[in-house]
Design a protein around this ligand. Structure first.
Ligand SMILES: Nc1nc2c(c(=O)[nH]1)N[C@H]1C(S)=C(S)[C@@H](COP(=O)(O)O)O[C@H]1N2
Ligand SMILES: [Mo]
Length: 393
């Protein structure tokens, strides 16, 4: 009897927080309101965005659940939860961001295909679990098997959810073996989120967390791990989550010309204000998040009260969470920072924010220049319009 299975319909979905904004019901895709997103540096599990491509899998019997490790290894293995829990446990604070975050704004320029998201398809959690590098060592994969040899190998993660994009098959993705075997990359097989067992929406009983990389590669409800010669050929690697130039449309697209997106680019968004807000003249408090992919930290966040003509530097805060810290807590290089600035507003104006990462990469000014037909990676300056309102005396 299998321990984990993917149902074919939506009759057994888990309960969800009522304040989530639902962008698609089946599959369930939802994000918290902006203000809720920045009310906590560690995003509470029930408010963390949920991004699914099929019905949520179920565990019938956790004792009989195991992950198989197959492919280019000498001895394929079954790993039960007790085997994974027996490995050193790490807590990694990492921001997960969907590549489709801020898609709705991109769609306003020119229509794109995909689930519409505001700015909250992102969250920061403390993920607890075993390092994938330890798991691979356990099954006998030498640490030095790096991808410098031609045809560098990959590690594929396969789930059990039934996705229509895969013709009813499971969600899957891969990362290079060199990243998977690198302990510093902090790739986890996580069984905890914010100190609690993962819940069903976020991948119970076990998920992959690939810090610094678009959320699409952090496969939930892990069923098998395959060591393969070429990257995963699944839909979400080959026919989705690739970044195309603005000239590519649905008539001339050639998916094979692009590589699957991995690292996410530098991002920020103002969360203390909606797209259009009425304010009184005076000081306006601007707060939001900034996140850098690939382990590059945030170097700076600039905010403007005149649509980007002049800028001031925002103050930043990155609080390591006290509660879940263990002796083996990793760094915060995978986690977002919160920023804050107080701006003087005396007329109707546009507020803008842009972040700079440690590699001096900056968010692009205009969404037009990065428009792409799938609407991914909208990292353009985040802008909100402040309308000077008459106070209601
Ligand atoms: N098995 C499985 N894993 C998955 C997905 C999925 O649909 N099925 N969605 C991916 C995408 S696109 C994102 S952004 C993240 C979202 O993780 P979350 O729902 O825990 O926030 O999970 C990824 N892993
Ligand atoms: Mo995603």
């Amino acid at each position: 009897m299998p321990g984990l299975r993917g149902p074919s319909d939506y009759s057994q979905e888990p309960p969800r927080h009522p304040s989530l904004r639902i962008n698609s019901k089946e599959p369930f895709n939802a994000e918290p309101p902006r203000s809720a997103l920045i009310s906590s540096y560690i995003t509470p599990v029930d408010l963390f965005y949920k991004r699914n491509h099929g019905p949520i899998p179920l565990v019938d019997d956790i004792e009989s659940y195991y992950v198989t490790v197959n492919g280019l290894i000498e001895n394929p293995r079954k790993l039960f939860m007790k085997d994974i829990r027996a490995l050193q446990k790490y807590n990694v604070t990492a921001t997960l961001q969907c590549a489709g975050n801020r898609r709705t704004a991109m769609s306003k320029v020119r229509k794109v295909r995909g689930v519409g998201w505001d700015v909250s398809a992102i969250g920061n959690a403390v993920w607890g679990g075993a390092k994938l590098s330890d798991v691979l060592e356990l099954v006998g994969i030498a640490k030095l098997m790096h991808s410098t040899e031609s045809g560098g190998r990959h590690v594929e993660f396969v789930s059990v959810d039934q996705c229509k994009e895969e013709n009813g098959g499971p969600y899957k993705a891969s990362i290079p073996l060199s990243q998977a075997t690198n302990p510093e990359a902090d790739v986890l097989l996580a069984y905890e989120m914010n100190g609690e067992p993962l819940n069903r929406d976020h991948g119970y009983p076990l998920r992959v967390v690939v810090p610094g990389v678009i959320g699409a590669r952090s496969v939930k409800w892990l069923d098998s791990i395959n060591i393969i010669a070429e990257e995963c050929q699944g839909f979400f690697m080959q026919k989705d989550y690739k970044m195309f130039p603005p000239s590519v449309n649905w008539d001339n697209i050639n998916w094979s010309t692009r590589r699957p997106q991995m690292d996410f680019p530098v991002q920020s968004a103002i969360c203390s204000l909606e797209d259009v807000e009425m304010v009184k003249p005076g000081k306006v408090n601007i707060r939001g998040y900034a996140a850098a992919g690939g382990g590059r930290g945030i170097e700076r966040v600039d905010v403007s009260a005149d649509g980007g003509k002049s800028w001031v530097e925002a103050s930043r805060s990155q609080k390591p969470k006290e509660t879940y810290i263990s002796e083996h807590h990793s760094t915060d290089k995978w986690a977002w920072v919160f920023f804050e600035a107080s701006l003087d507003v005396s007329r109707t104006t546009e507020i803008a924010a842009k972040a700079v990462d440690s590699g001096a990469n900056v968010q692009p000014e205009c969404v037009e220049s990065i428009w792409n037909l799938r609407g991914i990676l909208n990292t353009s300056w985040h802008r909100v319009l402040l309308r000077l309102g008459h106070s209601s005396l």
